[in-house]
Design a protein around this ligand. Structure first.
Ligand code: ADP
Ligand code: MG
Length: 259
């Protein structure tokens, strides 16, 4: 396990929507350079967690610290440390790739020259150097996600939150994006919280956190989860630990879990 500084510390986080307890006391830590997979079936509370982490909603209880800054008390400083790619795509498809990115840079108050340099370097890094002038609509699903990734990194966050970033992509694109993020995590020492309902995406993670019905059921090495569940099959372990809320291919089994 990594022993670097904690970039994200979540303690006893609770959030309800009416009578639905979406998060029921979640503890979670991500350290610098650490790739943490948050694995949970649909309805587990993953998106709710990310919405709280990005300050879109306030938790009912509990605390969120980003690089030692309390999100409730020092929101601006805390949020400056966070980059996020949400589950729903958010590019303006009619704008060029560069325009999408410059708009975001403006929001963060980056000067135009620095922004252009960062954008060009980052697009190059993800193999998109020749697409800057193209309309976002002309990009493949995987490349659109990469542009969102470039955007999430523009202000140089210390932790990157990715909410089901590979949904809707074909297996090869999924693997490529996952590898891109992993490389970024290793080379830039950025902490990554990667949420997914797909067990095959957690193999590369330094640590796996299993979330189900708003509760953390496991937090540790995948090897230890397999030992505990007495199986060498991650899919089987996931089904056992979630009590059947997850199917082996990651599809929800109960109607209530559909999103
Ligand atoms: P996940 O991202 O893991 O699929 P969510 O965080 O989207 O899970 O949802 C967790 C639970 O909270 C689910 O039971 C879901 O139906 C419920 N929920 C999520 N968002 C809302 C909302 N805006 N209003 C009411 N219930 C919600
Ligand atoms: Mg979700």
């Amino acid at each position: 396990m990594k022993s670097g500084a904690a970039v994200l510390e979540v303690r006893k986080l609770e959030k309800s929507y009416g009578r639905v307890k979406a998060l029921a006391g979640v503890d979670l830590t991500v350290r610098e350079g650490e790739f943490v997979a948050l694995l949970g079936p649909n309805g587990a509370g993953k998106s709710t967690l990310l919405q709280l982490l990005t300050g879109l909603f306030s938790p009912d209880n509990g605390s969120i610290m980003v690089l030692g800054n309390d999100l409730r008390r020092s929101a601006i400083r805390a949020l400056a440390g966070i980059g996020v790619v949400f589950q729903q795509p958010t590019l303006d498809l009619e704008l060029s790739v560069r325009a999408n990115l410059l708009f975001h840079a403006d929001l963060h108050g980056l000067n135009r020259r620095a922004a252009r340099e960062r954008i060009d370097a980052s697009l190059k890094r993800f193999g998109l150097a020749d697409r800057a002038r193209d309309r976002a609509r002309t990009l493949s699903g995987g490349n659109r996600r990469r542009v969102e990734l470039v955007r999430a990194l523009l202000h140089r966050p210390h932790i990157l939150l990715m909410d089901e970033a590979t949904v809707g992509l074909d297996p090869a694109s999924r693997r490529d994006i996952l590898n891109d993020i992993l490389r970024l995590c290793r080379e830039e020492n950025i902490g990554v919280l990667w949420t997914t309902h797909l067990v095959d995406e957690v193999e590369v993670a330094d640590r796996v956190v299993v979330l189900n019905r708003g509760k953390v059921l496991f937090d540790g090495l995948m090897a230890d989860l397999l030992l505990r569940e007495k199986t060498d099959d991650m899919g089987a372990a996931f089904i056992q630990i979630t009590g059947g809320d997850a199917a082996p291919n990651g599809q929800p089994m109960s109607a209530a879990a559909a999103d």
